[in-house]
Design a protein around this ligand. Structure first.
Ligand SMILES: Nc1ncnc2c1ncn2[C@@H]1O[C@H](COP(=O)(O)OP(=O)(O)OP(=O)(O)O)[C@@H](O)[C@H]1O
Ligand SMILES: [Mg+2]
Length: 326
């Protein structure tokens, strides 16, 4: 099985506000596991939390709760310089627009991430020129962003994102502001990097074309993943009112209340395989730390009291499992 490049567990984000409409819960308990070399599309309506998710995953914003690991390192525990270095080495961002520094010309914009890594100016500019040439921008290396068309600006932004040879690219509607022709060129470039250089992509998109280049897509609605689309996903309807999703690695995600009733995380015996039913025997569970439903919502701090609800009645977040405190 290939290595995990990006993993996130129990990701919540609340935008705090003193205004009358109160806090906005943008992410309500998300889990992502992305293998190195994968391309995943994130789709969903406006306001569903896509940009918030990207910022939390890329370490641009600290989530209210939950963990994010990049290349096996828990980012939520890193601080200052360590976090900056991990990000610089591993991940690049491409936004819909506004990726460039307005006072720097194209080649200086592209060279800048290398300069931040301590590469000499001469070397960085030579590499920037080469990358701009690869993106068909050799003739415009001295132009300021304001003198470039939208598509040209985005190609410079992509050159800037690629110059550090990131293993993961987080892109938030990267072709959203581009005309169809330029947008197809950009997509072809992404495909090439994905297929030939093994670069991983997490792309927020409204475009079918972009989504179809991805190995799978995750659909976000109101801060939660509501569906996963792809070839290798098996959805088993194990009972009338329960859906369990088994992903391509064979991992089953159990709703928290089911997990509690089974006895929590641990080792189970699987019986009855031939019957066509999956039966888990939890009697002799080897506990790995006993889990229970969280007492308090991590997003809005609602107290569940005696309820065994799975969803917070106040903000709608998924209720996570926490380890029982001794
Ligand atoms: N800085 C902020 N302060 C308060 N609320 C915010 C802030 N940024 C986003 N939100 C709110 O969080 C929710 C998720 O926003 P987000 O920008 O992540 O959505 P999105 O899926 O990227 O939408 P779009 O497709 O329009 O870009 C929305 O309800 C939005 O109003
Ligand atoms: Mg957005």
């Amino acid at each position: 099985m290939s290595e995990t490049i990006l993993e996130s567990d129990g990701l919540y984000h609340v935008y705090e506000s003193k205004a009358e409409d109160g806090n906005v819960v943008a992410l309500r308990g998300l889990h992502i596991n992305m293998k190195a070399g994968e391309a995943i599309a994130v789709v969903g309506p406006s306001g569903s939390g896509k940009s918030t998710l990207m910022k939390c995953l890329g370490g641009l914003m600290k989530p209210s709760a939950g963990s994010v690991s990049l290349a096996g390192k828990n980012m939520t525990r890193l601080k200052g310089q360590e976090l900056v270095e991990l990000r610089q080495k591993t991940v690049s961002f491409i936004f819909q627009e506004g990726n460039l520094l307005p006072d720097l010309n194209a080649r200086d914009n592209v060279a800048q991430p290398l300069r931040h890594q301590g590469v000499s100016s001469k070397k960085a500019l030579a590499q920037a020129d080469a990358m701009l040439e690869r993106l068909g921008m050799a003739h415009r290396t001295r132009a300021l962003p304001a003198m470039l068309s939208g598509g040209e600006q985005q190609r410079v932004a992509i050159a800037r994102a690629l110059i550090t040879r990131p293993r993961l690219i987080l892109a938030d509607e990267p072709t959203g502001a581009l005309d169809p022709v330029t947008s197809r060129e950009v997509l072809a470039l992404f495909k090439n990097l994905h297929e030939n250089d093994g670069v991983s992509f997490l792309i927020v998109t409204h475009s079918k074309e972009v989504a179809s280049f991805a190995n799978r897509s995750l659909e976000l609605r109101d801060g939660r993943f509501v569906a996963e689309h792809g070839d290798s996903i098996d959805v088993e309807d194990l009972s009338k009112d329960r859906e369990l999703i088994i992903d391509e690695t064979g991992t089953v995600t159990l709703p928290p209340d089911l997990l509690v009733r089974l006895g929590g995380a641990g080792r189970y015996t699987v019986g009855n395989v031939a019957s066509g039913y999956l039966s888990l025997q939890g009697d002799s569970v080897e506990a790995m730390g006993k889990m229970e439903l969280a007492q308090v919502c991590p997003a809005c701090k609602y107290d569940y009291l005696d309820s065994d609800a799975q969803e917070c009645p106040s903000c709608g977040s998924s209720r996570p499992m926490v380890e029982v405190q001794a």
